[in-house]
Design a protein around this ligand. Sequence first.
Ligand code: HEM
Length: 152
Amino acid sequence: MYSTLVFLHSLTRWFVVVSLVYAIWRAYSGWRSQRTFSKADNALRHWTATIAHIQLIFGILLYMQSPAVKYFWKHTKDALHNWDVTFYSLVHSLLMLSAIVVLTIGSAKAKRMSTDGEKFKTMFVWFLVAFIVLFVAIPWPFSPLSSRPYFR
Ligand code: HEM
């Protein structure tokens, strides 16, 4: 169960990153070129947030199964000296949670805007902020915070 969740959580990261980068690009180009906010743009807004929510569910399930997190909450005082354990138990989870909240608010706000330009701009700004936080919190192999492989 645990290794399946790690595999799924690691894999879904790519869907989150790719959909978010594409949504940010579409929002930016739509805003700058004053394009119509099409059905495809709206579907992209919706699916980008939905993929992030699926990853959130995997993350929460993983949080409940992870030996590192279990160790953290059982031996918090000692575990605070172990950066990798603290990273997943507090830093990664809280940053990701915040990024997904920002993404969700941005998606909901964009949906409610009255003009196409405002929809694109709102989607661009909120999704970009979410992306920056998310990118920093992902344990890329090159991350100074914690590194894990690109694929499991
Ligand atoms: C879009 C959001 C997220 C992305 C892109 C993401 C990405 C990742 C990646 C790439 C890993 C490394 C997997 C590996 O070991 O190969 C990881 C580990 C982990 N994530 Fe996330 N994550 C996200 C959200 C969350 C959330 C919201 C939580 C908890 C509420 C969470 C909990 C964890 C835990 C506990 C681990 C470490 C598991 C372990 O090593 O035992 N993640 N995450």
